[in-house]
Write a protein that binds this ligand. Structure first.
Ligand code: FMN
Length: 140
């Protein structure tokens, strides 16, 4: 399995109804994809953890990247994992500015420079294309 943590800026005119729509989509789609996680929203930011099988988690992240309700996605952490942290949540939600949490600022400071983050994203797209072209099985 894979775990991804990213930050993004929510669109300036995002409404509560749009955030509810995101959660509805998540709860509708994530169970069959084997994805669990948490979405934190507040202070003009989103922070999300996605965890699940590599193929479906990367695919879902790339889909989320193109969503117009946010932008400037920055991956803070990505790693293979054996265990889920949010196993009980197809997508848990926390209404809060992510920076209210301890260590978030430090975590964010430790992320790669933006060029490297873009490289990282492009690499993910490449992985996805390769996974999509390969045999239909999930690692995890
Ligand atoms: C910050 C953010 C997080 C999202 N997280 C998820 C998610 O975990 N699962 C999901 O299916 N869609 C998520 N979405 C929505 C997707 O971008 C997309 O709109 C949705 O998957 C479309 O689903 P549908 O075709 O079933 O309507 C998220 C969108 C945003 C802006």
């Amino acid at each position: 399995m894979l775990r991804i943590l990213y930050f993004s800026q929510s669109s300036r005119d995002i409404t509560d109804a749009q955030v509810r729509d995101i959660l509805e989509s998540s709860r509708r789609n994530n169970p069959s994809l084997g994805i669990t996680g948490v979405l934190i929203h507040g202070g003009g930011m989103f922070m999300q953890v996605l965890e699940g099988p590599e193929r479906s988690t990367l695919r879902q992240y790339v889909k989320i990247l193109d969503d117009k309700r946010h932008g400037d996605c920055q991956i803070i952490h990505i790693s293979p994992t054996q265990e889920r942290i949010f196993q009980k949540f197809s997508m848990g939600v926390i209404q809060s500015d992510p920076f209210q949490f301890q260590h978030i600022a430090a975590l964010r400071e430790q992320r790669f420079e933006s060029v490297q983050a873009k490289m990282f994203t492009d690499t993910m797209r490449e992985f996805l294309a390769k996974l999509s072209a390969g045999p239909q099985h999930d690692a995890g």
